[in-house]
Design a protein around this ligand. Structure first.
Ligand code: NAP
Length: 282
């Protein structure tokens, strides 16, 4: 079996196309478009790439896009003050503080300071708690994007064994909660797990580890769906995922490429969350 490619770029384009009419309706209703404020602190090179592409997508969709780029020496109090200002700005529907923050700043406190109604990254504890309780809220973009991809290929998680490798707050945990809410039997693996044994029985594998090719192709159950969230930059500058792609694609029914898989979906779902925030939808 050779897996079909789960093309995140194409699905992301479809999501963004679907937002255009809603953006127009918001603009007509209140006289200004959905607005997203992105705060990038200091000169982290990866953050610069992510923020540039988020800003570009927001502008393509006709959003109001407000970039704030304080110096890396900004104090916690100054940053909280900026977040407070954005919370109060009616033109700003979504606020994103690009992580990681410089070490002297307390990222949890900063994320908690963002109004939950403007928390388009879905990292605020209120939105994370709502998700865990199976209640509506703004959902973290990467796992929301994975769910959208599964929907596109008609994969219904109900009753399926879904193995999530990784338990971070931004990917693994919200991913597991979304799959649980969709009635999957969820297994969460981390650094103390027997990952091979769990992956071997999975109908769906979502790898979000940050270790290149950790998930071996031979572990994949024939016909399983494989979603690779990993983005690992090698010494040669090339991006690889957390899954051994070449070997896994001979066993899986569907597999995401890296790049061009989950990455584009994350940005599309950020835009979708901003539209939801502008509509006051939780
Ligand atoms: P993270 O915060 O570093 O978390 C990694 C998780 O993997 C942890 O739970 C860790 O377990 C687990 N882990 C580490 N080594 C392991 C091993 N050998 N076996 C099993 N589990 C292991 O990473 P993250 O922020 O979730 O990101 C994961 C990957 O996704 C990274 O490559 C990142 O660049 C990528 N990413 C991509 C997107 C996108 O848009 N495509 C978005 C976000 C992240 P412990 O908890 O036990 O330490």
């Amino acid at each position: 079996m050779t897996a079909q490619l789960l093309d995140g770029k194409a699905i992301a384009a479809k999501v963004k196309e679907g937002l255009k009419a809603e953006v127009l309706a918001i603009q007509q209703r209140r006289g200004f478009p959905p607005g997203i404020a992105v705060v990038r602190i200091g000169e982290d090179p990866a953050s610069k790439i992510y923020v540039t592409s988020k800003k570009k997508t927001a502008e393509e969709l006709g959003f109001g896009s407000f970039e704030h780029h304080p110096d890396a020496t900004i104090s916690q109090a100054e940053l909280l003050q900026l977040v407070g200002k954005l919370n109060a700005d009616p033109k700003v529907d979504g606020i994103l503080v690009q992580l990681p923050l410089p070490k002297h700043l307390d990222s949890n406190a900063v994320l908690e300071a963002i109004s939950p109604a403007k928390d388009v990254d879905g990292f605020h504890q209120l939105n994370a708690g709502r998700l865990f309780q199976g209640r509506p809220g703004l959902v973290a973009c990467t796992p929301a994007g994975v769910m959208r991809m599964l929907e596109e290929i008609g994969f219904n998680p109900s009753g399926k064994i879904c193995v999530v490798v990784g338990r971070s707050n931004i990917v693994g945990r919200p991913m597991a909660a979304l799959l649980l809410n969709a009635s999957a039997t969820v297994v969460i693996c981390h650094s103390k797990s027997d990952v091979a044994a769990e992956v071997k029985r999975a109908d769906l594998v979502v790898a979000a580890v940050g270790v290149s090719k950790l998930v071996k192709g031979e572990w994949i159950k024939p016909g399983a769906v494989v979603v690779d969230v990993g983005m690992n930059r090698g010494a040669d500058g090339r991006l690889t995922g957390d899954v051994e792609f070449e070997a896994a694609k001979d066993r899986a029914s569907w597999i995401t490429p890296v790049p061009g898989g989950v990455g584009p979906m994350t940005i599309a779902m950020l835009m979708s969350n901003t539209v939801k925030a502008a509509q006051g939808i939780r």
